[in-house]
Design a binder for this molecule. Structure first.
Ligand code: CAA
Length: 382
């Protein structure tokens, strides 16, 4: 029989993340949002608690968690602050290509020292001209003896200004599209690698995002991940793994919005009674609760599918797409429940809407998720 009960270990993990989110993250969320501050002291504490390199096996110094367990943690963290969560889990995205395609030697050489202390990594796929069309990237990787020379620019790269390690996708020949792309590990110390200035963002303002320039960066061939030309597949398989936790992140934002709205509705009175007694508000809360639960269940199902050894391309796109759309809708309804107060920065719900918005865009815009879903779906009907 399917079982939705958590084990006692999973409950402990979830409770630990919940406590961290509510005592360490949430109290600083509004201030970091206002100032656009990157709270490194919080990220260091997250690292100390084992909340950072969730997907890296313990042999290499990570937490070695299943995708399901990662999702339990990510939802709780996002309840505290979506932006901080983005920065905390960006290592999982950036390190996944090494887990998927690195040789044992590369993993030991790079992951073990990386995970031994607080460090950040950045996943460098997106480019100013390419965006969603990842197969069309332009950053060049020219072979030069036993090195590659990387030249080009990436954009919207989470944690780039603070990272010590970058996983970079570059092409030997743009005319080959997907088949020309290779993946590389590049340390911050590499000459010619320059992160840009922090972008001013609408939401997720506690996270840091910038361009990264590669001006003739020499990378040893021994730091290429997989074979030449495997890069696109590595990127896609990475995103198959990491889109599910974005579903969890969006669910955490949505749950926070619902909780704020429900509590407020019990206190706020209009027409002589708490607004929770008005049917218009009850309907909103009921719809919000359905969206939150559906988002969580789709996320859990996707994580379970992948943990069971399936590829999960379809399920992860469904979870990410549904949960992020739900988060935006639930945050919007939370603002509506607060009325004019919800629009004010003094109250917590407008931030949730701004944070929810990005979950529809990053790790593949929801239009891309729908493209992936339709392609996967139609294959079964062909
Ligand atoms: N796993 C393995 N291989 C895959 C794959 C998958 N999930 N999806 C596609 N491929 C393979 C295909 O089988 C095909 O291989 P062959 O050439 O051998 O047949 C090849 O890749 C090309 O596939 P498509 O024809 O499907 O490629 P496409 O160009 O039509 O579309 C896409 C691909 C799905 C739209 C892809 O470009 C995509 O996912 N784009 C979105 C990129 C994205 O998510 N970016 C976000 C970056 S991370 C981020 O947001 C930053 C952050 O810091 C948070």
């Amino acid at each position: 029989m399917p079982d939705f009960a958590l084990t006692s270990e999973q409950e402990s993990l979830r409770d630990m993340a919940r406590k961290f989110a509510r005592t360490e993250m949430a109290p600083h969320a509004a201030e970091c949002d206002r100032a656009g501050r990157f709270p490194e002291e919080i990220y260091r504490k997250a690292y100390d608690l084992g909340l950072m390199n969730l997907n890296v096996p313990s042999d290499y110094g990570g937490s070695g968690l299943s995708l399901f367990d990662q999702c339990l943690i990510v939802e709780e963290l996002a309840y505290g602050c979506g932006g901080m969560t983005t920065s905390i889990i960006a290592n999982c995205l950036a390190l996944e290509p090494i887990l998927l395609a690195g040789t044992p030697e590369q993993r030991t050489r790079v992951l073990s020292p990386f995970c031994a202390s607080y460090q950040l990594a950045a996943f460098c796929l997106t480019e100013p001209s390419g965006g969603s069309d990842a197969g069309n990237l332009r950053t060049r990787a020219r072979r030069d003896g036993d090195h590659y020379v990387l030249t080009g620019e990436k954009c919207f790269i989470t944690n780039a200004p603070h990272a010590s390690l970058y996983t970079v996708f570059a092409t030997g020949d743009p005319n080959l599209r997907h088949k020309g792309i290779s993946a590389f590990m590049v340390p911050r110390s590499a000459e010619g690698l320059t992160p840009g200035k922090d972008e001013e963002k609408m939401g997720h303002r506690a996270s840091s995002t910038s361009t990264v320039r590669f001006d003739g960066v020499r990378v040893p061939a021994s730091d290429r991940l997989g074979a030449e030309g495997d890069g696109f597949s590595i990127a896609m398989r990475t995103l198959d793994q990491t889109r599910t936790p974005i579903g969890a992140l969006a669910t955490g934002i949505a749950q926070a919005a619902l909780d704020h709205a429900a509590r407020y509705s019990l206190k706020r009175e209009t027409f002589g009674k708490p607004i929770s007694e008005h049917q218009a508000i009850q309907i909103k809360l009921a719809n919000m609760a359905q969206s939150v639960r559906a988002a969580r269940l789709l996320t859990w199902f996707s994580a379970w599918t992948i943990d069971s050894g399936h590829k999960g391309t379809l399920e992860s796109s469904i979870a990410k797409c549904f949960a992020s759309d739900a988060a935006l809708h639930v945050a919007d309804e939370a603002i509506q429940t607060f009325g004019g107060y919800g629009y004010m920065k003094e109250y917590p719900v407008e931030k949730l809407l701004r944070d929810a918005k990005l979950t529809q865009i990053y790790e593949g815009a929801n239009e891309i998720q729908r493209t992936v879903i339709a392609r996967e779906l139609l294959r079964d009907y062909a």
